[in-house]
Design a binder for this molecule. Structure first.
Ligand SMILES: O=C(O)CCC(=O)C(=O)O
Length: 345
């Protein structure tokens, strides 16, 4: 990695009562000062197994318009499948530094690989988080070189083999495809479209499922640092599994609030591409993460991304004289370039 990983910095500052200056956020961003304390937001919780499709569609559509974020329960992904996914991700981050670095991003590897910073940040600030990105679907988009494993098999105590990792990820992805199909249908019908229209608009069977594993080590000054800084996801939709350590915050009514997790629920974020396709009916959620003094927080978001060359803009059926297009139409790769480099869209 071109910059030192946060996990390494955290392990060498375990007993310190300060953190390097590049992690200290501006006073308006510091979580201690900018969070509305004592309130845990109860974001909508939707039962995907309730058997009442009409109700489920209405709730998904309302939550996506009002919050851009909701949690789903009875989603059909067994707890053991989620636990296995979490286990292999955790094992990867427990490997020695040099083992992890064997699958580090390089200037030419694009987004996939092990790394530490993503967005260009003002004044060189950094988030207290390391990550690993790897595509999990469709098969043509998978490059096993970037999957979590013990690449050289040198440390015998930690033999995280590629096959264990592939099995855990494939099992999770297979179920995730079903959950995301269900959600995309609800969202499409909620816009008055045919049930497959929104899925087709984000790339249909070519939609890329990009897994990210976030690793937020304990931080001596969680009052001053952030994990992932405030942003909306540039994906279409994000499906996230957290570990048990709280840390997700959403911005609502001019304040940052902690989101209360429901055990075993999946957290769903509406991303920029669905906001654009829906011409603003659905809202991408503005969110960030905080870190913890004692515990390691982890999360496993999967971003549903249109193929790079696909053009995304408001769906023509949703645009008319009274409701003109609020967003430009552009290729997803061009959108991503502007977003990551903080260039106006
Ligand atoms: O860790 C989380 O809960 C959210 C992560 C996130 O927003 C991101 O990785 O973009």
């Amino acid at each position: 990695m071109d910059v030192e990983g946060v996990q390494f910095i955290a392990s060498s500052s375990k007993h310190a009562d300060t953190i390097p200056p590049e992690f200290i956020r501006s006073s308006s961003e510091q979580p201690a000062a900018s969070t509305l304390h004592g309130v845990r937001l109860e974001v909508p919780v939707i039962d995907l197994g309730c058997g009442d499709d009409e109700k489920m569609r209405r709730l998904v559509s309302e939550a996506s318009s009002d919050w851009g974020l909701f949690q789903v329960v009875n989603h059909g992904i067994p707890d053991e499948v989620i636990a296995k996914l979490q286990e292999v991700g955790k094992q990867f981050f427990e490997l020695p530094k040099e083992e992890k670095e064997l699958i580090a991003k390089t200037p030419n590897s694009g987004i996939e690989g092990y790394g530490t910073s993503l967005q260009k940040e003002i004044e060189g600030k950094r988030g207290w988080v390391d990550h690993l990105f790897h595509n999990v679907w469709p098969p043509a988009a998978i490059n096993y070189n970037f999957w979590p494993k013990n690449p050289s098999y040198r440390s015998l105590s930690l033999s995280l083999s590629l096959s264990v990792c592939v099995e855990a990820n494939e099992e999770y992805t297979k179920r995730l495809l079903e959950v995301s199909d269900k959600l995309m249908k609800c969202l499409s019908l909620g816009l008055g479209l045919e049930e497959q229209e929104l899925k087709v608009a984000i790339g249909g069977e070519d939609t890329i499922f990009l897994m990210k594993i976030n690793y937020y080590p304990p931080c001596p000054r969680p009052d001053l640092a952030l994990g992932v800084v405030a942003h909306t996801d540039m994906s279409a939709l994000t499906v996230l599994v957290p570990n048990e350590v709280q840390g997700l915050q959403v911005f609502r009514d001019d304040h940052w609030y902690d989101v209360k997790y429901i055990p075993n629920a999946l957290i769903i974020h509406i991303g920029d591409q669905i906001e654009i396709l829906s011409n603003g009916k659905y809202k991408a959620v503005y969110h960030r993460t905080t870190v913890n003094k004692e515990s390691t927080r982890m999360s496993w978001p999967v971003f549903l991304e249109p193929p790079p060359e696909l053009e995304i803009g408001p769906i023509s059926k949703l645009v008319n004289e009274e409701n003109p297009a609020k967003y430009k139409t552009k290729k997803y790769k061009d959108y991503g370039y502007c977003k990551l480099n903080k260039i106006p869209q």
